[in-house]
Structures are given as C-alpha cells and as structure tokens.
Design a protein. Structure first.
Length: 287
C-alpha cells in the first residue's frame, strides 16, 4: 500500500497537469494516430540517443550515491546501446557522422548533466519519468511505429522499446517504485524531485514542438506498397478504390463505408474508449 507521502504518489499527483499538456502536443497526437513520417521518427530517435547518453553517463557517475544507487539498473534499463542499434539501422554504419544534437535536445542534455554533477538526488526525477514511461506507454508507441513505418517484424529500428532483460514490466515497475519510496529523502527533497520531474516534462515538450516544426517542413511521404485512400472530397470517381470497383455490381468507396460505420453510436462509443486507453498509456512515454 502506498502512502500519500510516498515519492511515487507525490510524483503521480504533482505531474498530472504536465501529463495532460504533454499528451496533447501535436507531435504525440499525430504519432498515436500513426501519422509519423520516417524522417521525423529518425530525428526523434536521434534526440532520444543524446538524451539517454547524458542520463546514463550521469547515472553511472552516481551509481554509488545512496540517494540514487537503489534505482541503478543498467542491465535492465539502459537504452543507449539499443538506440545505437536503431540509428545504425536507419543511417548505416557511419551513423555517428550523420547525426547532431538539436537545440531543444541540447538544453535537455545540459540540464541532465547539471543535475548529475551538482544535484544528483534529482536524477531520480529524470530516470523515473523516462524509464517508467518506456515500460508503459512506450510499448503502445512501439506497435504504432512498427505498423505505420512498415518496420521489420524482427524489431529493427525499434530496439529502443525492447527490454530483453525484463520479463514482467508490471512487476519491475512495482519494484522500481518501491525502491524509490524507500529512499531516505526529506520532504523538501521530495518536493524538489517533483519540481524536477515537471521540468523534464517541459524539456520533452520542447523537443516535441521542435520535431513538429520540422515535420511541417517535410513533404508527404509515399506509402510503400499502399494505395492512396479517397479523402471524401471531390469527385468519388477519382477515388482509386472506386476505379477498381467499376464494372462490379455495387461499386463503393471504403472511405464512405468507414464514415457510415463510424456514425453508428455503438461504434463511436467503442472508438472513444479505445482512444482514451491509448492516450492514457502513451502519457507515460511522453514524460
């Protein structure tokens, strides 16, 4: 049972508003809908690589600090090497020469280094918000990315989301929270950790906004092996699906069929419930 003064509970309540704002950024909403361009996904992976490189460097430096040591799980959690594999998949063997840290990501990285070197107890906020999110909503985004970008079923390109050394994510998260709640921290330090977690949210949202701006400048990507879908506007005879159906007994457009189905009250209720669950789960990732 958790106490209202447990750090995990304080973080949950103290970052609720940041959760709501983060899950409503345009980048995250588009991602959840599968509207993620490959080039943008690659840039997001680059941002994660620099972020986790900084975080794990500072965690390694503070692995013996009693205010952080109980949360040091390098084998189970560290993501830098997994991200390196993803970048090699997307950019090739010389990936290190092709990537650079963006302005928003650099601000996040600088804050992590400052905390690790001057206020190591606040590393708890960054580690908790990142890794617990990866084990929660991050698993939803893994499936979305794999499907939307037509990535291999062997999980190349999404190794970041794969935790080979954690057999049960739910049990591990319970262990992590218990370790965190057992840290010898006074009330003031707990409050500072909650404040730092909210800063972590803001840094992430700045990265998302930066990616969203880049995304708007990218051209529309052709879907490999796909057929353009009628958007419900203009002459239905220009719909490629309609053209395929010409000469059949009852030509129809999937777009209009889908719209008709979506107008059914029961279907709307189910869709709303599914979106609520997906958004709630993904909120963990966007910490």
């Amino acid at each position: 049972a958790c106490s209202p003064m447990d750090l995990s509970e304080l973080l949950k309540e103290g970052t609720k508003e940041s959760h709501d704002r983060a899950e409503n950024t345009q980048f995250v909403k588009d991602f959840l809908k599968g509207r993620i361009k490959k080039e943008l996904f690659k840039l997001a992976t680059v941002a994660l690589y620099f972020t986790y490189s900084a975080l794990e460097e500072e965690m390694d430096h503070n692995k013996d600090n009693p205010l952080f040591a109980p949360l040091y799980f390098p084998v189970e959690l560290h993501r830098r090497e997994a991200l390196a594999k993803d970048l090699k998949y997307f950019y090739g063997e010389d990936w290190k020469e092709k990537i650079q840290c963006s302005e928003a990501t650099q601000q996040y990285v600088d804050r992590i280094h400052h905390v690790g070197q001057h206020e190591p107890e606040l590393l708890v906020a960054h580690a908790y918000t990142r890794y617990m999110g990866d084990l929660s909503g991050g698993q939803v985004l893994k499936k979305v990315a794999q499907r939307a970008l037509k990535l291999p079923s062997t999980e190349e390109g999404i190794q970041f989301y794969v935790f080979d050394n954690i057999s049960n994510a739910q049990q591990f998260k319970q262990l992590y929270r218990a370790r965190m709640n057992a840290l010898d921290l006074d009330k003031n330090t707990k409050e500072r950790i909650v404040e730092e977690a909210n800063k972590a949210f803001r840094f992430n949202m700045q990265v998302f906004d930066e990616l969203d701006k880049v995304g708007r400048s990218l051209g529309e990507e052709a879907q490999d092996g796909g057929v353009p879908v009628h958007d419900g506007k203009g002459d239905i005879r220009k719909c490629p699906y309609y053209a395929d159906k010409l000469g059949t007994a009852s030509p129809s457009c999937p777009f209009h069929a889908a719209v008709g189905l979506a107008r059914q009250p029961l279907v709307q209720l189910v869709l709303a419930a599914c979106m609520a669950v997906a958004a709630g789960a993904a909120a963990w990732y966007i910490l």
